[in-house]
Design a protein around this ligand. Structure first.
Ligand code: DON
Length: 310
């Protein structure tokens, strides 16, 4: 790959996609997120040799939100194994919005359909082991610090408090899960862990590195260390295809064709097996909660560089 040419192309595609930020709105149900400037768009690409290419606001910190669901799942799988995890959370897409409660009651057994919706991720947070909430959160933080090479990765306290104060629906999901036996243990502690891992702050550059570890089947390309088993990476990438973009995952798989996970702060982590990790930050969201300009940029990048895996 000619890096100079690739960077020029990335800048051009970023500038083109940036024009559609006006078609979206920043998330406001977590009040702190509503303060973001909707016009931002940053993108970074991490290659297998560790080279990073960037354009736009690639160093602007934002919170992982639902992108964190991949990393809590990795920790839960590593600590408990597949059988334990998938006895409590399913493997199927829902077609419903990410915070929907409806199928929790209508489907039997009452376990969440997958770990990428809020109910599923709260169930997964309940599986993360440690002597207290901080120790459980540290399992996720330590792994993210290792994968990004940034020992300073932390929770954004203002965003965490803002979500905690306004999370009635997530509380309802969690208490329903407790009633149906999916969640055991202290519900408020598990919710606290969930709110905190959603509020972990990163940049698009760091998200590109996270995506590259998944692209390399769990190997950190900077150190050569294995961070998690290849089988765990395979499960995550499959969930990214089937459920990573909420109830727009089918459309995204057809139009873009890259495993990806988005979050309501406007981030998207994409992973092209063996080839690259991509981090995007564009806080203006479409009606399903995906970054408008981020999806647009990934679609044009996928077409121009032939990144689709199908
Ligand atoms: O629980 C919430 O609503 C947010 N912390 C995360 C939501 C999000 O990014 C979309 N979820 N799948």
């Amino acid at each position: 790959m000619n890096l100079e040419l690739a960077t020029q192309q990335l800048k051009r595609l970023r500038d083109d996609a940036q024009t559609c930020t006006g078609n979206g709105k920043v998330a406001s149900y977590i009040p702190e997120l509503a303060k973001e400037d909707p016009c931002q768009l940053g993108v970074s690409i991490c290659l297998p040799d560790g080279t990073i290419l960037s354009a736009g606001e690639a160093d602007k910190p934002f919170t992982l939100q639902s992108i964190s669901k991949i990393f809590s799942l990795i920790v839960a799988l590593c600590q408990n194994g597949q059988q334990y995890v998938f006895e409590r959370v399913g493997k199927e897409p829902t077609g419903d919005p990410f915070n929907s409660i409806i199928k929790l009651e209508t489907i039997k057994p009452h376990k969440p359909l997958n770990p990428m919706i809020n109910a599923g991720a709260i169930a997964v947070a309940g599986m993360i082991r440690g002597k207290n909430v901080q120790a459980r959160l540290d399992c996720i933080l330590d792994m993210l610090r290792k994968m990004t090479g940034n020992p300073e990765i932390q929770v954004n306290h203002a965003v965490y408090c803002s979500e905690k104060k306004t999370a009635d629906r997530n509380r309802a999901l969690a208490w329903f899960l407790k009633d149906s036996g999916v969640l055991t243990g202290d519900v408020e502690e598990t919710l606290d862990l969930y709110f905190q891992h959603c509020s972990i702050e990163v940049t698009a550059k760091e998200v590109a590195r996270l995506g590259m570890v998944l692209a390399a089947d769990g190997i950190d390309v900077y150190t050569g260390d294995r961070v998690f088993p290849a089988e765990v990476a395979r499960i995550c990438k499959t969930f990214m295809v089937t459920c990573g973009m909420y109830n727009a995952s089918g459309e995204f798989a057809i139009d873009v064709g890259i495993p990806a996970k988005s979050g309501v702060a406007g981030g998207i982590m994409a992973t092209v097996p063996q080839r690259m990790g991509i981090g995007v930050f564009g806080p203006a969201l479409d009606e399903k909660g995906n970054s408008v300009s981020g999806v647009n940029l990934l679609e044009s990048l996928s077409k121009e560089w032939n990144l689709g895996i199908f």
